[in-house]
Design a binder for this molecule. Structure first.
Ligand SMILES: C[S@@+](CC[C@H](N)C(=O)[O-])C[C@H]1O[C@@H](n2cnc3c(N)ncnc32)[C@H](O)[C@@H]1O
Length: 231
């Protein structure tokens, strides 16, 4: 099936092993999951992880009544399916969610598809599958807080991405709530930190930071959660 909105992810799709290392380092204190659970509790409910990649986070929602991963990259769907026996993994995308109307309580997208402003169709599709009272929660980068945000602002092309203001405005116009979570990345080794930063910033943006922090095996990282409730 061709999914017109599928845009392969250079990190998750291009180097799944290294992206796994990145995911292992993300948010060691579980602050993002805590915030997500507060905004949209999934216990006993049906949760969709939209753009679930290789399914790293599917196991985090084990106490949901049902967990469904949706992923457009055909190379990642089998990886995600193999990871979790209890989750169902479907080939689909934000604009083509293969689920019936009003069948889901929580849709959660973690660094997937929702890069405003070109995501109106996906938002409409997510609202179609959500039950009344259901919630979409999108996890994005905070462009203002944390050492990772400074790297984002410094990287080539960041001005064109609007530095967070455009994203905030787009969600605000759609009635979204905005929640900041200041957390971190913590790697097992310096080599892992360097490899992941160089994957995320192939233009060399992170090199100066790495030189200035020769002992670092992690860095502070701000997340923003945008949530929209279906009325
Ligand atoms: C940066 S990865 C994040 C993967 C996963 N959410 C995680 O945090 O481990 C972005 C994911 O979005 C997927 N993706 C690309 N286009 C998409 C679309 N139109 N709808 C939903 N997901 C999409 C990619 O294939 C990739 O798996």
């Amino acid at each position: 099936m061709q999914l017109s909105d599928f845009s392969p992810a250079p990190n998750q799709g291009g180097n799944p092993e290294l992206y796994e290392t990145e995911n292992r380092a993300v948010d060691p204190g579980g602050l993002v999951l805590d915030a997500l659970a507060k905004i949209a509790p999934w216990q006993g409910r049906t949760l969709v992880d939209l753009g679930c990649g290789s399914g790293y986070w599917l196991g985090s929602y084990a106490d949901a009544a049902e967990v469904i991963g949706v992923e457009p990259d055909p190379t990642l769907v089998p990886r995600a399916a193999a990871r979790s026996a209890s989750a169902r993994v479907l080939h689909g995308s934000a604009e083509h969610v293969p689920l019936p109307d009003a069948s889901v309580d929580v849709v959660h997208a973690r660094f997937a598809y929702f890069w405003p402003p070109r995501c109106e169709r996906g938002l409409r599709e997510v609202l179609r599958v959500l039950r009344p009272g259901g919630t979409l929660v999108v996890i994005d980068n905070d462009w203002r807080n944390g050492e990772f945000a400074a790297l984002l602002r410094a990287c080539a092309g960041s001005a064109a991405m609007g530095g967070g203001d455009r994203t905030d405005a787009w969600w605000s116009e759609r009635g979204a709530e905005r929640t900041e979570v200041l957390s971190s990345w913590a790697f097992d080794s310096r080599a892992d930190l360097e490899a992941v930063l160089r994957m995320e910033f192939p233009d060399g943006t992170a090199d100066a930071w790495l030189e200035q922090h020769p002992e670092a095996t992690g860095l502070s990282y701000g997340f923003v959660l945008f949530s929209v409730r279906r009325g």
